[in-house]
Ligand binder design. Structure first.
Ligand code: HEC
Ligand SMILES: [Cu+2]
Length: 313
């Protein structure tokens, strides 16, 4: 591979790594050509029209529109082509990931907290099996962070107040850098971590060797009772609230006539901003839990509601 001979060029280990590298090289080549041409002309004119050169300066031609229009059009087409190329790769990388293996990532000043659905958690590290698409559900507890794994050629902002989905696939086992790529405060530069890509068997062994507190869904179940959700959403409650059994992944008709899918984002919004989307046929009685529960409790509640059955579980 020609890239091996370029210093500082770390090999990409994701399926789209080659495409990103090629695009990057293309950008580099086009920019270098433009830069080279400019500096060449600059030097040429400097030498040619230097004060001591007795050259004929009398025949200044008027502006040539042919030249003007053609070089503007040529560079426009060139850079638009780069844009289209980049956009097609972008859509390939950032498509909505399938519900395969989900891992939650919570960013906070200044660390990455990772929650596996089995209850295993880690800080500033993420263990994943190789050759398997992983769906990361990312949230921030405070400010904007950015999840950046150079070896996988992916970077995604993690914005407070909403979930971000990101699909990653590592093809080669090993340890890789994880960085926060958005300035997020004093210790931003220390907000680094490690991605550990392992063979499926090693990954299974690693999962088993961790001491899980208890599965996320189970902890979510206790929270569901402690926070009083079950008081309204339980069978036989006095308040008329929708039963959450099997709601996950199903279409939910809303009071305003629209229909949404009950995915992670919808459930999150239902808990934090219950007024924003009212389920059809119910009164807006649910209190907001904004500021009362943090991201980690939220994802436990979602795991619990998911475990109550429904699509894809
Ligand atoms: C005071 C009673 C009450 C409490 C407490 C309550 N809810 Fe609700 N919840 C409702 C009602 C009523 C609705 C339907 C109206 C709406 O969509 O806001 C609802 C809607 C929902 C929905 C959307 C369901 C659907 O079918 O669209 C979810 C998810 C949900 N609640 C989760 C929770 C969780 C988790 C908690 C605890 C943190 C909780 N609720 C606490 C009354 C309550
Ligand atoms: Cu950060």
């Amino acid at each position: 591979m020609w890239r091996q001979w370029i210093p500082f060029w770390h090999p990409g280990i994701s399926p789209h790594g080659g495409d990103v590298d090629l695009l990057f090289s293309g950008l580099l080549v086009v920019s270098s050509l433009v830069l080279g041409l400019l500096f060449f002309l600059l030097a040429l004119f400097c030498v040619r029209y230097r004060a001591s050169n007795p050259i004929d300066r009398g025949h200044q031609t008027s502006k040539s529109w042919h030249w003007e229009v053609s070089w503007t059009a040529a560079s426009l087409i060139c850079f638009l082509a780069l844009f289209v190329w980049g956009a097609s790769i972008y859509f390939q990388i950032f498509r909505t990931p399938p519900e395969e293996l989900s891992v939650f990532v919570v960013a906070k000043q200044w660390m990455w907290k990772v929650q596996h659905t089995g209850g295993q958690s880690e800080i500033n590290a993420l263990h994943i099996p190789v050759n398997r698409p992983i769906r990361l559900v990312m949230a921030s507890q405070d400010v904007i962070h950015s999840f950046f794994i150079p070896a996988l050629r992916v970077k995604h902002d993690v914005v407070p107040g909403r979930y971000q989905d990101l699909e990653i696939t590592a093809q080669v086992p090993g340890h890789y850098h994880l960085f926060c790529a958005e300035y997020c405060g004093t210790k931003h530069s220390g907000m680094t971590g490690e991605i550990v890509a392992m063979e499926a068997a090693d990954y299974a062994a690693w999962l088993a060797s961790q001491t899980p507190s208890s599965p996320l869904a189970q902890e979510g179940g206790s929270l569901f009772r402690e926070l009083g959700c079950s008081g309204c959403h339980g069978i036989g409650s006095k308040v008329r609230a929708p039963l959450l059994e099997g709601v996950y992944g199903k279409p939910v008709p809303l009071a305003d006539g629209s229909v949404v899918t009950a995915d992670d984002k919808y459930i999150r919004d239902s808990i934090l901003l219950p007024r924003s989307q009212i389920a059809a046929g119910y009164e807006p009685l649910m209190p907001s839990f904004q500021g009362k529960i943090d991201e980690e409790q939220l994802l436990r509640l979602i795991a619990y509601i998911k475990s109550l059955g429904g699509h894809g579980s």
